[in-house]
Design a protein around this ligand. Structure first.
Ligand SMILES: NC(=O)N[C@@H](CC(=O)O)C(=O)O
Ligand SMILES: [Zn+2]
Ligand SMILES: [Zn+2]
Length: 351
């Protein structure tokens, strides 16, 4: 049995770093494992302009410096938060900065900090989408409808019909990343779409089905959006991650919330996985005997889609027990990592 794997240093193509004390607490975890990450813009207020994105980038670099991690070791890839009022000139400025690598669509009200999101994508944002297609700026999509008449578990499938298919017809060359894909419907759509569509997959959606939310009582640290789905969907995601298609790549969607806001009568959505991301992904890939596919998924497919070179360094995964901490300090609060207190059979060898 192979006991260790060396892979090209991976990237995280979907990450929440927050700001202030939380940023200081979580950014070093990501920088230890990943060379780059796509940084989500759903701060309060959201990051809607290139100027704000560059200022946020500066705060991330400063937080890492305080932790002894230099700018050459980790590169934050910034994004803008799309609103009904985003202008095409903002897209051109973002592209010209060389530091903004995507524009994020949050349907208004779909998830954490999405109040300022888009109300009608093709109706309100066509000129912006046209500019994005022209300058080759990817659209990153939280793919769930917010129509209260649609069952929570069906929101991704309905989004494909109502938004993704019309979007693709209108903008055949627009790069689109279907973020944190959670269903077989989503996998089938990404595989069948003729345009440049890719998808990120989280570790938690590869490892757990919706039973994890209710095992022995309600378990808020397994609650994220899009919510965990049935086993048939988890299997389809794992097949996609470990299969031959280069349209699927790693995006943790690590989304830290203070412990008290998760263990709450109206708990926040988001799982914290930045601490142990590669250990979790290795566990998922190993469960189907496909460790050989981990490098393409974690380190090669994402850069190819975004038009960037793979990272230079490497990371080693070793078989051997790793215990996930119960909680982590984060400023004046704590964050509970996914599967806290449990043991994993893979660990990252620190360089
Ligand atoms: N995934 C989540 O459950 N939460 C994310 C937002 C998001 O990615 O939808 C967050 O910012 O907390
Ligand atoms: Zn999301
Ligand atoms: Zn997210």
């Amino acid at each position: 049995m192979t006991t260790s794997y060396r892979i090209t240093r991976p990237d995280d193509w979907h990450l929440h770093l927050r700001d202030g004390d939380m940023l200081d607490a979580v950014a070093p975890h990501t920088a230890r494992q990943f060379g780059r990450a796509i940084i989500m813009p759903n701060l309060r207020p959201p990051v809607t302009t290139t100027e704000q994105a560059l200022a946020y980038r500066g705060r991330i670099v400063a937080a890492l410096e305080r932790a002894g991690i230099g700018a050459s070791e980790f590169e934050p890839l910034m994004t803008l938060y799309l609103t009904d009022n985003t202008r095409p000139e903002e897209i051109r400025a973002a592209k010209a900065s060389g530091m903004v690598h995507g524009v994020k669509l949050y349907p208004a009200g779909a998830t954490t900090n999405s109040d300022a999101g888009v109300t009608d994508l093709l109706g309100k944002c066509s000129a912006v989408l046209e500019a994005m297609q022209e300058v080759d700026m990817p659209l990153l999509v939280h793919g769930e409808v917010t129509d209260p008449a649609i069952d929570l578990f069906d929101r991704e499938a309905v989004f494909i019909e109502r938004v993704m298919q019309p979007l693709r017809r209108s903008f055949p060359a627009l790069k689109v990343v279907f973020e944190h894909l959670t269903t077989k419907d989503g996998v089938d759509y990404v595989l069948s779409d003729s345009g440049p569509t890719a998808a990120t997959l989280t570790a938690h959606h590869l490892l757990y089905n919706r039973n994890a939310l209710f095992l022995g009582g309600i378990r808020p640290h397994y609650y994220c959006l899009p919510v965990l789905k049935r086993e048939v969907h988890r299997k389809a995601l794992l097949d996609a991650a470990t299969g031959d298609s280069d349209k699927f790549f790693l995006g943790t969607d690590s989304a830290p919330h203070a412990r008290g806001l998760k263990e709450h009568a109206c708990g926040c959505a988001g799982c914290y996985t930045a601490l142990h991301a590669m250990e979790l992904y290795a566990t998922a890939f190993d469960s189907v005997g496909r460790m050989d596919r981990l490098e393409a998924f974690a380190s090669l497919n994402g850069p190819a889609f975004y038009g960037l070179p793979p990272n230079k360094g490497s990371l080693v995964l070793e078989r051997g027990s790793y215990r996930i901490p119960e909680e982590l300090p984060a400023g004046g609060t704590t964050v509970v990592p996914l599967a806290a207190g449990e043991e994993l059979a893979w660990s990252v060898r620190q360089a």
